[in-house]
Ligand binder design. Structure first.
Ligand SMILES: [Zn+2]
Ligand SMILES: [Zn+2]
Length: 286
């Protein structure tokens, strides 16, 4: 089965399992599929990284360039904007304007990348003003484009990172914080899933990925609707939460992002309780 049909099946399964999330997941679906198509097309890189540096907690992105001069940003943004317009018709006009604008003159994406993993808010407000669109639309396609490239690059670093026993709460590839945790039923281990590149790594179950607080006593889980498979881990020190899946069977890694989107109602509940996510993503900003 091709990767595209795998993702499509995974998305359809999620909609079946969590029917209340149908609208949200369906809206993101064209973008998730387009991202997958690009990952098949993008050039692979040979991993260059120093295991000793990784052992000191320095992510790959601080050691070597993960964004290459030849990355086809304009083409990626063009096709992601079309997909986003299909999923979010209320924003279609903005996405169409992004397309016509970059066809006239390319968006200087490399300027935006200077502050990554932070968002360069000045860049977003300057360019959305120039294009006459809502800043959220530009921010959405830019971060999705970045995620497309980073997911591809991150996959190539898996073996190197395994050898370094990475034990930080931020991503070994791109330095971003995780947006999802998965507790594996068989091993009881916790995996964190990066909010910007989908890389997954093992992390202690009793430490907070965000602030490092060690709280075997204070660790707290919120369960919603009595469902033991889905919870939110909260840290009372930094007031952050991470949506956590207690994995009953081995789900494919492909459905992580769609799973996160389908659990956005939990994000809303946690934010209502006064907690912030460890990483902001397109689906957990309300
Ligand atoms: Zn990452
Ligand atoms: Zn914390």
């Amino acid at each position: 089965m091709s990767r595209i049909s795998e993702i499509e099946n995974a998305i359809n399964d999620i909609i079946e399992r969590r029917p209340h999330s149908k609208d949200a997941v369906t809206a993101f679906k064209p973008v998730l599929l387009e991202k997958t198509r690009w990952k098949e097309k993008l050039e692979p890189v040979s991993p260059v990284t120093d295991v000793e540096q990784l052992k000191k907690g320095i992510p790959v992105i601080r050691q070597t360039k993960l964004f290459l001069p030849g990355d086809p940003w304009q083409e990626i943004i063009l096709s992601l904007s079309s997909a986003a317009g299909d999923g979010f018709p209320e924003f279609r006009k903005d996405f169409d304007t992004i397309k016509s604008s970059i066809r006239k003159s390319p968006l200087p994406v490399h300027d935006f990348l200077g502050k990554f993993p932070e968002s360069d808010e000045e860049f977003i407000s300057e360019w959305s003003r120039k294009m006459g669109i809502r800043p959220d639309a530009l921010s959405f396609v830019l971060f999705t484009a970045i995620r497309t490239v980073l997911e591809k690059r991150g996959e190539e670093y898996r073996d190197h990172i395994k050898a370094a026993d990475w034990d930080e709460g931020y991503c070994p590839v791109c330095g971003s914080f995780p947006s999802l945790a998965i507790i594996q039923e068989k091993t009881g281990r916790r995996k964190l899933n990066c909010s910007n590149c989908a890389f997954e790594w093992d992390f202690s179950r009793v430490d907070c990925p965000y602030c490092g607080d060690h709280a075997p006593e204070g660790m707290d889980f919120f369960f919603i609707d009595g469902n033991q498979q889905e919870s939110a881990y909260v840290c009372h020190k930094c007031k952050r939460y991470i949506i956590t899946l207690n994995q009953v069977s081995d789900l494919t890694p492909q459905d992580r992002e769609a799973s996160s989107i389908s659990l956005a109602h939990m994000d809303m509940i946690m934010q209502d309780k006064g907690f912030a996510p460890m990483a902001f993503c397109a689906w957990n900003v309300f």
